[in-house]
Design a protein around this ligand. Structure first.
Ligand SMILES: [Zn+2]
Length: 236
């Protein structure tokens, strides 16, 4: 059986205490790499390439029986291997390789505007969503980890607005089911990944980097949408 992404990584590191961020370099040698994520994106240094595109395949299809799990560091949502219609991304921005959706999760914290992992021109955001995909030519996580084209992650950054974002109710309405670490919940209603994406998908930042958490493998093509998604503070 396939392990769910990060299932084993999550227990090896922590944001706090002895195993906090400063100890990552000691325990995970790849965290010293030169292509570590997250980064600050300096928009003055971007190289524009209009030939790059991303194709979303089956993003408009229902993901049924998605599972939600509280790992203690994040709430992740992943498809049931047996019931979900496969969802992919491809396109020239990904060297025309095909990556299959495996998991999405959110990063946030209680601070006003520093819940995101990435920054744009030095500015962080209240929350960030990572939609993770694994290259279909690799059958498992270990193999994909060992290759620099192993994963493609779509990152979305959020700012707050007073109005609720109805698209996100499909997720936030159910968060109370996973309030405690280790709790799992299976959605009875369908999830549509497309509804998480910003309306304008033409403009994105791409860079080659790593997981933002140990073991920090430099196996990730990052696609960041600078178009902000608005979300109600109550939903965060
Ligand atoms: Zn993440």
């Amino acid at each position: 059986m396939l392990s769910t992404p990060n299932q084993f990584l999550d227990i090896l590191w922590s944001y706090w205490g002895k195993k906090g961020e400063n100890s990552w370099e000691k325990e995970f040698d790849k965290c010293r790499g030169r292509m570590q994520s997250p980064i600050n994106i300096d928009t003055n240094k971007l190289i524009v390439d209009e030939s790059l595109n991303i194709e979303f395949i089956n993003y408009d299809k229902a993901v049924n029986k998605a599972n939600m799990f509280n790992t203690g560091y994040k709430v992740k949502i992943y498809a049931d291997e047996n019931s979900a219609e496969d969802v992919f991304i491809s396109g020239s921005a990904l060297n025309n390789q095909t990556y299959k959706f495996i998991e999405l999760h959110f990063h946030w914290n209680d601070g006003p505007n520093n819940g995101s992992e990435h920054a744009i021109d030095g500015q962080k955001f209240v929350m960030e969503c990572h939609i993770m995909h694994r290259n279909i030519k690799y059958n498992d996580m270990e193999t994909a980890n060992a290759h620099d084209d192993g994963y493609a992650i779509i990152a979305l950054v959020y700012i707050e607005l007073d109005e609720p974002n109805l698209m996100y109710d499909m997720i936030t309405d159910h968060l109370h089911n996973v309030q405690d670490i280790g709790q799992q919940y299976t959605f009875e209603t369908s999830i549509y990944l497309e509804s998480l994406l910003p309306p304008n998908r033409e403009v994105f930042y791409r860079y080659f980097g790593s997981y933002t958490t140990p073991r920090c493998n430099e196996a990730v093509t990052w696609i960041i949408y600078p178009e902000l998604v608005f979300i109600d503070k109550k939903q965060v």
